[in-house]
Design a protein around this ligand. Structure first.
Ligand code: SF4
Length: 457
């Protein structure tokens, strides 16, 4: 595309934004528009910011601007089409759910289910984008740089969907990392610009609370790093072998340096599915109870969902609703992260060879409906690790505002046959090409750096 063509395109799109009364945060102020025609552009309101002149912008990166501008224009046109389409629908639950979602009103479980089962993909994407912009109106997408340290793979639970764990008696492949090895991994993480470690492992019956206290204290004494560690089932395991209450366990772990808890192990919070996938895991309400207890102890957490195994759409909605209800009570979940079942090397896939892996369309619909239902959780992550970078990128137009972590090390999903990898520059480019500005964040979603421009090669 020539610079001239790009210029004409940008100018005509500005005209469209001047008239875009429905989305003032994205519109050009008419005065700014006039000024932009004179060569100096001022974007956004409030707090106008001086921006480079149009020729400067064009010279800097015409291709990227054209791509971003094309995404914006497509989204706005799409919004108008979606509104007209919803208005033209005959009455019924689907229309009611669409209309409530358009107005950013809270959806019932039945309405969410209707959207998931009968909603149109592109309509859901547009509606979820509107809800996302309520939390994140700035057209920026974040990512994290951290390391997943799986400190032990010995586990007494043995979930059918897990290809990572080993039994205690397994002589081959069973391990528990020494603190020296863990320190070395953290050192490497910091050297690469990482800001946190995600430490998770199996439910190892030999590791009592003293092991974790020593490990966490040792890490915090040596490194300035965020410790996001231990799933619900591990915390319950530690309490059990240490003969402590849940509250005591959480308090001691926090005092030793635990900063936050990953929401792993939620799978699908419906007993008929959960107990089938992993009979030893406790009932769904236990996961919720431990999370609420953690929030009470001042430990924020994420919430997760693994779907695409044995559940039906109604189970997905029940799961989402349970987390939303818990969040209404505690406000302790700062992100909702969902990924799809990866079957390779798992017992579940052997027992149920008829399981069909989740398609991109199904995944994107679940992301969109989650964003619409979760009106009380600020962040929704797209899963490029299980769905691949392109689908992860697409999820940014279906309600996701974050691309999760560029994991320096990952063992659990890769054990189940998925090994998508991205470096920092590829992640930034993936986000830019989707029409957003990349941000590096920390585990709590505080912004550490913004990358509006491509780094020169
Ligand atoms: S998912 Fe976690 S609890 Fe289940 S078997 Fe694997 S390591 Fe153990």
């Amino acid at each position: 595309m020539s610079l001239e063509t790009t210029r004409v395109r940008l100018e005509s799109e500005r005209g469209a934004y001047v008239n875009c009364a429905s989305r003032p945060e994205h519109a050009f102020h008419p005065d700014a528009f006039k000024e932009s025609l004179r060569g100096r552009t001022r974007l956004g309101a409030p707090g106008w910011q001086e921006a480079p002149t149009l020729p400067e912008l064009l010279e800097r990166d015409a291709t990227r601007l054209a791509a971003a501008s094309q995404v914006l224009r497509t989204e706005r046109v799409q919004e108008h089409l979606v509104k007209a389409k919803i208005e033209a629908l005959p009455g019924g639950l689907l229309k009611e759910a669409y209309e409530k979602a358009w107005k950013l009103e809270r959806l019932t479980e039945a309405e969410g289910l209707e959207l998931l089962v009968n909603g149109e993909l592109m309509i859901l994407g547009t509606l979820a984008t509107r809800m996302k912009e309520r939390f994140h109106p700035h057209r920026k997408v974040s990512f994290l740089l951290d390391r997943n340290i799986n400190y032990t793979n010995i586990c007494r639970i043995g979930c059918d969907f897990c290809a990572f764990y080993r039994r205690e008696k397994d002589t081959e492949g069973a391990y528990t990392l020494s603190s020296e090895v863990i320190h070395q991994k953290i050192e490497e993480t910091i050297a690469l610009g990482g800001t946190g470690v995600l430490m998770q492992g199996g439910v190892n019956p030999h590791l009592k609370i003293e092991y974790y206290e020593d490990l966490f204290r040792g890490i915090k004494q040596r490194f300035d790093i965020h410790l996001h560690a231990l799933s619900v089932i591990e915390i319950e395991g530690i309490a059990r072998v240490s003969r402590l209450t849940l509250a005591e366990t959480l308090e001691r772990l926090k005092a030793a340096g635990l900063d936050s808890i990953p929401g792993a192990g939620a799978e699908i919070l419906v007993d008929e599915i959960r107990l089938d996938q992993s009979p030893v895991k406790r009932h769904a309400h236990r996961w919720i109870d431990v999370m609420k207890e953690a929030h009470k102890a001042g430990l924020p957490t994420t919430a997760t969902m693994m779907f695409g195994a044995l559940e039906e759409p109604r189970h997905v909605l029940e799961h989402i609703k349970r987390i939303r209800d818990a969040q209404d009570e505690t406000n302790g979940f700062y992100a909702f992260i969902m990924w799809t079942f990866q079957g390779e090397n798992t017992e579940l896939a052997k027992k149920h060879p008829d399981i069909v892996l989740t398609s991109a369309v199904e995944y994107l619909k679940v992301v969109a409906v989650s964003r619409l239902m979760m009106d009380n959780i600020p962040n929704i992550q797209g899963s490029w690790v299980t769905m691949g970078p392109k689908v992860g990128q697409t999820s940014l137009h279906f309600g996701a505002n974050d691309m999760g972590s560029i994991m320096i090390e990952e063992n659990v999903v890769s054990a189940a046959g998925t090994a998508f990898q991205l470096d920092r520059e590829s992640m930034k480019e993936l986000i830019r090409r989707s029409g957003f500005t990349p941000l590096q964040r920390d585990t709590y979603y505080n912004i550490l750096a913004e990358f509006p421009e491509a780094t020169p090669a």
